[in-house]
Design a binder for this molecule. Structure first.
Ligand SMILES: [Zn+2]
Length: 112
C-alpha cells in the first residue's frame, strides 16, 4: 500500500503522515512546509501600514497624538496660542477640553 504524496511546495515525496488533514483530505503541503507557510502568514499579517491614516477614534491622551502634532501643539503653546485656537486647528485630533485637562494634569510638557 503506497501512502505517499508529493508536497506541492518542496516537491519531496513523503509519507501521508507527514501531511496534515484538512477538511477530510490531505494538505497540499507537507507539515514542515505547512508550518512555514503559516508562520510567514502570521508574520506578514499584523504588519501595520506606515502610510495608514491616523485612526478616526479620538485620542485619549496627549502622548497618543502623532509626534508632529505634539510638537506643533507644544510650539503653539510656547508662542502663546490659546487652547481654543489649537483645538480649532487640530479639531480632528484634539478637543479643547482635552487640552485643558492635559494642562491641568501636567501632561503637556514645555516646548524645548
Ligand atoms: Zn514540503
Amino acid at each position: 500500500m503506497s501512502n505517499l504524496k508529493i508536497c506541492r511546495m518542496c516537491n519531496i515525496v513523503k509519507d501521508l503522515n507527514d501531511f496534515y488533514d484538512i477538511n477530510k483530505s490531505k494538505s497540499k503541503y507537507c507539515k514542515p512546509c505547512h508550518n512555514k507557510n503559516r508562520q510567514k502568514y502570521r508574520f506578514q499579517k499584523p504588519k501595520p501600514n506606515p502610510n495608514s491614516k491616523p485612526k478616526e477614534k479620538k485620542p485619549t491622551g496627549f502622548q497618543k497624538l502623532s509626534k508632529e502634532i505634539q510638537d506643533d501643539i507644544l510650539y503653539m503653546i510656547s508662542v502663546k496660542y490659546t487652547f481654543k485656537e489649537i483645538a480649532e486647528k487640530y479639531k480632528e485630533h484634539v478637543k479643547y477640553k482635552s487640552l485643558c485637562l492635559w494642562k491641568r494634569q501636567d501632561k503637556i510638557k514645555k516646548y524645548e
